[in-house]
Ligand binder design. Structure first.
Ligand SMILES: Nc1nc2c(ncn2[C@@H]2O[C@H](COP(=O)(O)OP(=O)(O)OP(=O)(O)O)[C@@H](O)[C@H]2O)c(=O)[nH]1
Ligand SMILES: [Mg+2]
Ligand SMILES: [Zn+2]
Length: 314
């Protein structure tokens, strides 16, 4: 019996089975040895896509077991269920996240984008926002809305681009973004995550929603997270869409630090412990009033403060 421990990366998570890419480039399926719990983190998925793990492989019956998780460089977290204390780890050890948003079929609210950005800010994970299905922006109202989205995020230093799942220009743009990196694609169900991956690497042939019966609600075509090697170098993680992006329990006064445009102004608030709500001499509120901070961003901030209060009561 060979019981040496080796290291691998989790590239697929389905229920109790985990697919691992070994250091030697082999792909094997493993179960979990006993219970693996990370200190202080109550998560619904003990092992996430992208995790580096140690495993034991038993040649005799061709079976593997995950023994431990190596420390994570970073991860993206969201609450598994609203106002619960359980988390879901979307992915671990990534170089960047691509957040796919759409204005129609389905509609991605600004608040959802803000929260995703905050979750990534907590670990300094770079995010590129792709405003996808650009071909659907065919009314003045939609065009204006897209322009709003672009300016809100560009003004505070985030990269946001218009894309479409079917054009060569988008393919080129996204290939350049993905090449040589490990990237996570996030967003609501139906925004076109799997379609974009097929666009840049058609050999992958990922399952995508049918155009004919796609209602705009999102049907969860992708049902488990999987990491794919890209033919032009790098790895991409396709995951099931998610609609809510409630975040983990920050300290109250920590939240504004994850909004870059607030972080830069906090030191000008009159009070050290300013929550940027009712206090006089608040630099953040002044910037919102003068239009330097987008109202939508401040609104998300206030929502997160309220959630923080409610969460601390349960
Ligand atoms: N008009 C238009 N439709 C698109 C575009 N990209 C994707 N779609 C369509 O949107 C639907 C959903 O695409 P998917 O790629 O399955 O979406 P997904 O984000 O992977 O969804 P989940 O796997 O459920 O999370 C499909 O019918 C696609 O053909 C686009 O740029 N324009
Ligand atoms: Mg999909
Ligand atoms: Zn303030």
């Amino acid at each position: 019996m060979d019981l040496t421990e080796s290291i691998g990366t989790v590239i697929r998570t389905t229920g109790s089975w985990y697919r691992i890419l070994t250091l030697e480039g082999r792909v094997i399926d493993c179960t979990l040895r006993g219970k693996i719990r990370l200190k202080g983190l109550k998560s619904t998925n003990p092992i996430a896509i992208g995790d580096r793990v140690t495993y034991q492989w038993e040649k005799k019956d061709e079976s593997g077991q995950i023994i431990s998780i190596l420390p994570r460089k970073n991860y993206i977290l969201r609450k598994a269920v609203k106002l619960s204390s359980q988390f879901h780890i979307l992915c671990a050890n990534i170089d960047q996240a691509l957040l796919i948003a759409t204005l129609e079929d389905p509609f991605t609210p600004l608040g959802f984008i803000d929260r995703f950005l905050v979750s990534c800010e907590a670990f300094h994970i770079p995010v590129v926002i792709l405003l996808n299905k650009a071909d659907k922006l065919n009314t003045d109202k939609l065009k204006d809305k897209a322009a709003d989205y672009l300016s809100i995020y560009r003004n505070i230093g985030y990269k946001i681009e218009l894309t479409s799942g079917f054009t060569a220009v988008s393919a080129e743009k996204i290939r350049n973004l993905l090449q040589g990196k490990t990237s996570f694609l996030g967003g609501h169900s139906g925004v076109g995550k799997s379609t974009l991956i097929n666009l840049v690497d058609p050999d992958l042939q990922l399952k995508t929603g049918e155009i004919s019966n796609f209602s705009g609600k999102g049907k969860h075509t992708t049902t488990f997270a999987e990491m794919f090697p890209l033919s032009f170098g790098g790895f991409v993680i396709d995951a099931p869409g998610f609609k809510e992006m409630e975040l983990f329990d920050f300290q109250r006064n920590e939240i504004s630090h994850y909004f870059p445009e607030m972080r830069d102004r906090i030191s000008y608030c009159k009070f050290n412990d300013c929550t940027h709500t009712e206090e006089p001499g608040c630099a953040i509120k002044e910037a919102v009033e003068s239009g330097e901070i987008a109202e939508s961003r401040y609104h998300t901030y206030l929502g997160m403060l309220t959630e923080n209060l409610l969460n601390n009561k349960i």
